[in-house]
Write a protein that binds this ligand. Structure first.
Ligand code: PLP
Length: 433
């Protein structure tokens, strides 16, 4: 296996790297974001910080988070129910606090975003509005090998509409011999499906291969055949600069515990494009927090949704998890996605280079993440040979926290907010033969 792994010399690397501790430390010294690493709490291995490459699964804890949570516990202690209206950040309006930062994070307008619930729940809420099979237009297209929760959400939505997934679901798989999708194949498939297509729903970044899809082109193609375009940005939010408004995306949802470091089970964000902000034709499941806030406490009959994404809210804010999320969003706002991405490209390229260096014959593993840095974020996935699990176990025993996916894939996420070039070099030392 692994014979089609390209040798390093063939790669389009615009950076010259060296395999030495002093070189890695030099890059760290030159890194304008280096100070952020000290704002995070690293798990320990044998008394020393672990080499943490799992921020794509659960981001590390920002040091500011404990105080942010304590502040809300204090507020509750001090005011009880009146905490909804009193204190520094009254709970009644807490969801609004997250709006400007969330909008900047995904490239949306403030009225296009809201934080609520959890990711899979929000996918279902979005599908209620944006998957409306009618007559011969009833199919959904997604990438093959999407995250299981998304597969289950789509499958059960189809069945709920009385449709058979084997007919109504189109899954796009890579060409034979390729590990990821070619954009033109996705666009061709959309145009072939044509007016049978009701919805195209893709990941922003595929969780397994780390491929970053061309959201703008996919959206345009979906619209050109009269379908909606929605995206699951679980692995894209906080990883890549996004411009959801300009790209014309109809809806998107993401979680906050991966790259967004908001803690296990953290809340989800949702984007609904401004063109749907007051579209009364879109059916939805309502709750009191989505109801016109001027009338909310009149407790009367008749649902009248808020303008924009707010109108999809169900419940009052999950204050403790929102407070944790806010502490993390403050960091993203301070850094900015452009600066973060700049480091991400370099750090990921260094990891790619180091991984290739320790695989000179190409027979230990094969990178299944795209080589093109425009088609990925900060993740490199390796398809390993039969010794892959042994390699993974060896790394784990030596303080590396990364991720194993059956049957034989290892994923590394060098997260630009807190990983260093030295981390990457140290990982390489453990991969030496
Ligand atoms: C992580 C992830 C999920 C998890 O969904 P939850 O509802 O937050 O448990 C769903 N979809 C994708 C694509 C993911 O990467």
């Amino acid at each position: 296996m692994c014979s089609d792994q390209k040798p390093i010399a063939d790669r389009q690397l615009n950076m010259q790297f060296e395999n030495s501790l002093s070189f890695a430390r030099k890059l760290d010294r030159l890194d304008p974001l280096r100070a952020y690493r000290s704002q995070f709490l690293f798990p320990k291995h044998a008394g020393k910080p672990a080499l943490y490459f799992c921020g794509n699964s659960l981001g590390l804890q920002p040091k500011t988070m404990r105080r942010a949570l304590m502040a809300e516990l204090d507020q509750w202690q001090q005011y009880g129910v009146e905490g909804h209206f009193r204190g520094e950040n009254p709970w009644m309006y807490y969801h609004k606090l997250l709006k400007p930062q969330t909008a900047r994070l995904v490239g949306g307008l403030p009225e296009e975003v809201v934080v609520m619930n959890t990711l899979t729940v929000n996918l279902h809420l979005m599908l209620v509005s944006f998957y409306r099979p009618q007559g011969t237009r009833y199919k959904i297209m997604m990438e093959a090998g999407a995250f299981p929760s998304d597969q289950y959400a789509i499958e059960t939505q189809l069945r709920w509409h009385g449709l058979d997934p084997s007919d109504a679901l189109i899954e796009i798989a890579p060409r034979a011999g390729s590990d990821h999708l070619h954009t033109e194949d996705i666009l061709d498939a959309i145009s072939t499906a044509g007016s049978s297509l009701a919805l195209v729903m893709f990941s922003g970044v595929n969780y397994y291969t780390g491929q970053f899809f061309d959201i703008e082109s996919i959206t345009r193609a979906a619209h050109s055949v009269g379908a909606y375009a929605g995206f699951d940005l679980a692995h894209a939010a906080g990883n890549l600069p996004l411009r959801l408004h300009d790209w014309g995306v109809d809806f998107a949802a993401w979680c906050s515990y991966k790259y967004l470091n908001s803690g296990p089970g953290g809340p989800s964000g949702v984007f609904v494009h401004a063109r749907h902000a007051s579209n009364a034709d879109l059916p939805r499941f309502g709750g009191w927090w989505g109801h016109d806030e001027q009338l909310r406490f009149q407790m009367r009959k008749g649902f009248s949704p808020m303008y924009g994404a707010d109108g999809w809210q169900q419940s009052n804010a999950q204050i403790l998890s929102f407070a944790a999320h806010k502490a993390s969003l403050d960091l993203f706002d301070a850094v900015g996605m452009e600066a973060l991405h700049k480091k991400s490209v370099q750090l990921t390229a260094y990891l790619e280079w180091i991984l290739a260096l320790h695989n000179p014959a190409g027979n230990r593993y094969k990178q299944i993440t795209p080589l093109d840095s425009n088609a990925r974020g900060c993740q490199i996935s390796l398809l390993t040979d039969l010794n892959g699990k042994k390699m993974f176990d060896y790394l784990s025993e030596h303080g590396v926290i990364c991720d194993w996916r059956e049957p034989n894939v290892i994923r590394f996420a060098p997260v630009p907010l807190y990983n260093s070039f030295e981390d990457v070099w140290r990982l390489g030392q453990l991969l030496r033969l």
